[in-house]
Design a binder for this molecule. Structure first.
Ligand SMILES: CC(C)(COP(=O)(O)OP(=O)(O)OC[C@H]1O[C@@H](n2cnc3c(N)ncnc32)[C@H](O)[C@@H]1OP(=O)(O)O)[C@@H](O)C(=O)NCCC(=O)NCCS
Length: 191
């Protein structure tokens, strides 16, 4: 139904399950340079802890991958949060390079923030490289503001910026999959 690179299908957002592990690893490798990739054991740890941590994925049916009743899903975007007491932390967000600018990052982070709020967290924190313009813009759109800067945190000239937003009054769906479904659009907002 759409011309989105990678093929047709409906993208939907949901909590990740153990079976998404390989897809998360593939997506991580497509989104980050080798030095910044997470290991499979790191992703497994995120998936195994169903209490304080939550991984959200956007998936779509894989073209031509029907096997009897089973329809394989491709993980095209993901984010993971941890929430302990008052604070939730965003640890990772990534979208397939061919599907950026469609709003998938926004949908997933909105779901993750709602999850954190529903668990009683009062604020969400994250850390981002100062020159990651795309991610910083996404976070500002979602209501995050700079809290403080860690000079040279990622190496000489590569500062980390810690950002925060309050979760009280957060708009959007109550945690769960409601409001999370999303049809692929035929064109991204950016190339
Ligand atoms: C950051 C990232 C997850 C955004 O995912 P996405 O699905 O493209 O995000 P969205 O489509 O929801 O975009 C939301 C906002 O992000 C910003 N954004 C998205 N693409 C952008 C671009 N090319 N340039 C500048 N800002 C951009 C905008 O603020 C946009 O909102 P707007 O279109 O209303 O202006 C994606 O670019 C990515 O995977 N980057 C590599 C991994 C990474 O650096 N992750 C963050 C650190 S863990």
């Amino acid at each position: 139904m759409s011309d989105v690179p990678g093929g047709p299908g409906k993208v939907r957002c949901r909590r990740a399950v153990t079976g998404d592990l390989d897809g998360l690893g593939l997506l991580d490798a497509a989104c980050f340079p080798e030095t910044e990739r997470w290991s499979m054991s790191a992703w497994r740890a995120e998936l195994d802890d169903g209490v304080d941590r939550a991984v959200w994925v956007a998936v779509r049916p894989q073209a031509g991958a029907e096997d009897g009743c089973q329809v394989f899903e491709q993980v095209v975007a993901a984010c993971c949060f941890r929430a302990v007491d008052q604070d939730a932390e965003l640890f990772r967000v990534m979208t397939d390079p061919g599907l950026r600018g469609l709003g998938l990052g926004t949908v997933l982070l909105t779901a993750g923030l709602a999850w954190a709020r529903d668990r009683g967290a009062a604020r969400a924190l994250l850390e981002v490289r100062h020159d990651n313009v795309t991610a910083r813009s996404l976070y500002v759109d979602l209501g995050f503001a700079d809290l403080y800067r860690r000079t040279n945190y990622y190496g000489p000239g590569a500062d980390a910026v810690v950002m925060v937003r309050a979760l009280e009054g957060l708009p959007g769906p109550v945690s769960g999959n409601s409001g999370c479904d999303k049809e692929e659009r035929s064109e991204g907002r950016r190339s």
